[in-house]
Design a binder for this molecule. Structure first.
Ligand SMILES: NC(=O)C1=CN([C@@H]2O[C@H](COP(=O)(O)OP(=O)(O)OC[C@H]3O[C@@H](n4cnc5c(N)ncnc54)[C@H](O)[C@@H]3O)[C@@H](O)[C@H]2O)C=CC1
Ligand SMILES: O=C(O)C(=O)COP(=O)(O)O
Length: 532
């Protein structure tokens, strides 16, 4: 039974869902904050469910020898070293919509809090001061709201802003004019947004490109008295620059939910009169927490139990419905890759994957990942569908995909063509209704060959006596041949043989075979023929 660790505070709904779906679960909501303790036990788990408190570093990933999936019950995955997870073949998934309304509402709440100084007035009133003249606010209506990052959350904030009769302008490199007009916002460049906004709200992910987006230079371009809201990530703002601008009055107020360093128990922003802070509460409503807990538990269980992949950051999605249909073809793609990977001994330069007929309509991204995993595995044993594309890229392999209509007798097939330093190799295969992968063409030679666990692949000129020769050498050395497949391109041309064996082909017999002048090449092959 797969086992999952929940290392941050999550609704207990998640725990129940894991259990209901056949996943063992340990709920240790405080362990995420204890790096050492977490590293000590992480190798016991197949899955890790987190929020933002657990930092999944490369070090932790290296200690997680059994980990297959990291599930973020929320949106931002900047606390996970995704390249390190991908290299180790670990899927990283999130719940991209579960808390977006809640977070957008928090941004709007902070905007009102700033406009009317509600938190400060609240403290003063509780203290019995009745400072009616101290707290003069500003109206929201008619003001310009600048939304930086108009994705899921940004666009909800934008439409709420429109509803509040604000003039909403947005900067997002991926925002189309059509989408902007659908939302009722004006699409502008960043500098224009800085120059025109009365309120600026940030909704981009934290990446190397967005880090320090709001620094002294950006602030200098803003209107005097601008109010800034950050419910995205602390690293988007250079806090020291913001503090200076708040002190000088250039920035009139800041609503800050997220900090450069969290948990933020001290910050230069604390104690400033015009700053409203919350401790990363953007996603903290009962509704959002139920949503994300339920979703992540479902997604992680579906992956661990059924192989379905959804909302993965580093792997193509495979729905629970398509998983059973796709599985045999994933196996096929993997064995095609494994065949070529085992016979290729020099550096691979280019890979072309052709999807013919029905296979062209399948989830070809997943099939490509599987083919690459098979191809690379002879060199790197623990590669899988998550890590294979990244490894292929790191090795400079040029990848191309071709899709075409049914072109032959098969409903559909996959052909893998691999160009290495010395030569080009090609292999094609398909699955029939028995769901078993079959080789249908090797080296341009047609055949119909099942995939065996232990095989021997030989090439030779098409001359009489090869079958006898192979049989004699194997027989003399006590190697049992379970089955035999032959093919040739034309009489007297190139021929190939596939021998199905009960055990790995013995190295000394291989030597003898290779020394025989009638055999051009002989290569033992091993395939994982476990259930598709
Ligand atoms: N405070 C909290 O508790 C929460 C914070 N978040 C944060 O909010 C972020 C945004 O979430 P979503 O809207 O769901 O993500 P999203 O991916 O739907 O939207 C992000 C948008 O930012 C845009 N973008 C990327 N780089 C940009 C740049 N340099 N300038 C302007 N726009 C850029 C993208 O094109 C995209 O449209 C998350 O990455 C997360 O860090 C999310 C949920 C809760
Ligand atoms: O979903 C996100 O990106 C969030 O920032 C929410 O963080 P949390 O789950 O509340 O630690």
């Amino acid at each position: 039974m797969p086992r999952v660790l929940v290392s941050d505070k999550l609704s207990e709904t998640a725990v129940q869902i894991f259990k209901d779906r056949g996943v063992d679960v340990d709920y240790l909501p405080d362990i995420g904050k204890d790096k050492e303790k977490l590293a000590e036990i992480i190798d016991r788990y197949d899955g890790l469910a987190i929020r933002s408190a657990t930092k999944v570093t490369e070090k932790l990933i290296n200690a997680a020898s059994n980990l297959k999936v990291i599930g973020r019950a929320g949106i931002g995955v900047d606390n996970v070293d995704i390249p390190a997870a991908s290299r180790r073949g670990i899927i990283v998934m999130n719940t991209p919509f579960g808390n977006s309304i809640t977070t957008a509402e928090h941004a709007i709440a902070l905007m009102f809090a700033l406009a009317r100084q509600i938190p400060q007035a609240n403290v003063s009133t509780h203290a019995g001061k009745w400072e009616k003249n101290r707290f003069m606010g500003v109206e929201i209506t008619g003001k310009t709201l600048g939304v930086v990052g108009c994705g899921n959350i940004g666009s909800i904030v934008a439409t709420r802003g429109v509803g509040l009769k604000m003039h909403v302008i947005a900067y997002d490199p991926f925002l189309s004019e059509d989408r902007a007009s659908e939302l009722g916002v004006e699409k502008v460049e960043l500098d224009e947004l800085f120059g025109r906004s009365d309120f600026i709200t940030l909704h981009t992910p934290l990446t190397d490109r967005t880090r320090n987006l709001i620094d002294a230079t950006a602030i200098a371009k803003m209107k005097d008295g601008v109010r800034i809201i950050n419910c995205a990530r602390g690293g988007l703002i250079v806090e020291s620059d913001l503090v200076a601008a708040l002190k000088s009055g250039k920035v009139g107020g800041a609503g800050i939910d997220v900090f450069e360093v969290e948990p933020a128990t001290e910050s230069p922003l604390f104690g400033l009169e015009n700053v409203v802070t919350t401790p990363h509460l953007g996603a903290s409503t009962t509704e959002a927490q139920e949503n994300v807990a339920l979703q992540i538990a479902e997604q992680m269980s579906d992956y661990l139990v059924k192989g379905a992949v959804s909302n993965a950051i580093n792997m193509p999605s495979i729905t629970a419905e398509e998983a059973p249909r796709l599985k045999p073809f994933i196996k096929l793609a993997e064995v095609l890759g494994a065949f070529v990977g085992q016979v290729t001994e020099d550096a691979i330069k280019e890979v072309e994957i052709l999807f013919d007929g029905s296979t062209a309509a399948m989830n070809t991204r997943a099939l490509i990942s599987a083919a690459l995993a098979g191809l690379i595995r002879p060199q790197v044993a623990d590669v899988n569908m998550v890590s294979a594309p990244i490894m292929a890229k790191e090795r400079g392999i040029i990848l191309s995909e071709v899709k075409r209509d049914k072109s032959g007798v098969f409903d559909g097939y996959i052909r893998l063509t691999v160009k290495s330093e010395k030569r080009t190799r090609s292999i094609a295969g398909t699955c029939f209704s028995d769901h078993k992968p079959r080789f249908i063409q090797i080296k341009g030679i047609n055949l119909d060959a099942e995939v065996g666990q232990h095989m021997l692949y030989t090439t030779n000129p098409d001359v009489p006596g090869i079958i006898g020769l192979l049989g004699t050498i194997c027989g003399r050395n006590n190697v049992n041949i379970a089955n035999f497949q032959l093919g040739r391109n034309r009489p007297g041309g190139d021929a190939i043989a596939l021998l199905y064996l009960d055990a790995p082909f013995p190295p000394d017999v291989l030597k003898e075979l290779r020394a025989n002048p009638k055999i051009s090449s002989a290569k033992p092959l091993v395939f994982d023929v476990g259930a598709a």
